[in-house]
Ligand binder design. Structure first.
Ligand SMILES: [Zn+2]
Length: 257
């Protein structure tokens, strides 16, 4: 059943929120990041994409979409370019844990029985889980439950994603501002993609460890960690449908509708 409210919680009134709680709606909190996504994608790509997935999910389940968390954990230089790019504005891990803990705790206090936390930005994983877990420990005698999704891609069958990559799958750590995110943005927000700036790039070295401070040859100058030019609108449309289906299935499996 599609959401009859919102679906953006921030555009609802309090009586509408009260009714959604009474009707046992799921509230979905997307947790993104504000960080560089190459010369062609906006710095809130990690907020725009999970919010779009959440809206798709709200068309298929009784879900309202909470105001997302726009800031996230800093990226490691090897998986997001790190803090050396203007615009990248990050939280420390303890702040992110506290934010998720407070917001999830507030949903539970209001009476939401179904809370979904959908993390997009890879480095948020662990911190979002910790925040949700702490909120639930504090809530104690509640029958509210939290569905914590580390990555929307994790809900999609790998066999469906692999054909999206003409060559070998490069690995999630370098899939930053590259094929997947460029494709999704071309499908969902083409007005924000700087087509004339799309580049393929990679770091001179990609070692299996981190140096603090990072050595410059491990950070691509453009901020693109792989082949952004392989992104297409068609791939983005297919990926979007997979992600919405995957997250919808998780919600229906755990929460029933
Ligand atoms: Zn991203």
């Amino acid at each position: 059943m599609a959401t009859k409210y919102g679906p953006l919680m921030g555009e609802m009134t309090w009586p509408e929120v009260r009714d959604a709680i009474a009707e046992n709606y799921n509230v979905l909190l997307a947790v993104g990041a504000t960080e560089q996504h190459g010369p062609h994608l906006p710095i809130t790509t990690d907020v725009i994409l999970p919010t779009a997935v959440a809206k798709g999910v709200a068309e298929r389940t009784k879900t309202i979409v909470a105001t997302p968390i726009y800031y996230g954990m800093q990226s490691k230089p090897l998986s997001g370019g790190g803090q050396s790019f203007p615009g990248t504005t990050s939280l420390r891990g303890t702040t992110l844990i506290a934010l998720v803990r407070d917001i999830v705790g507030e949903f539970v206090r209001q009476g939401f029985k179904k809370v979904t936390v959908l993390t997009w930005h890879m480095e948020n994983i662990g911190f979002t889980y910790e925040g949700a877990d702490l909120a639930m420990r504090e809530a104690r005698n509640t029958d509210s439950r939290v569905l914590s999704i580390d990555s929307a891609f994790g809900t999609v069958d790998k066999k469906l994603i692999e054909p999206m990559f003409p060559e070998e799958f490069p690995g999630w750590d370098v899939e930053h501002a590259a094929i997947i995110e460029t494709s999704l943005m071309l499908a969902l927000r083409p007005d924000l993609v700087r087509l004339d700036r799309i580049v393929d790039d990679e770091a001179e070295r990609h070692p299996p460890y981190d140096m603090i401070p990072a050595t410059p040859d491990t950070i691509p100058k453009s901020g693109v960690l792989y082949k952004a030019t392989l992104g297409t609108k068609e791939k983005g449309e297919k990926l979007y449908e997979m992600l919405v289906s995957g997250v919808t299935k998780a919600i229906k499996t755990e929460f029933g509708e």
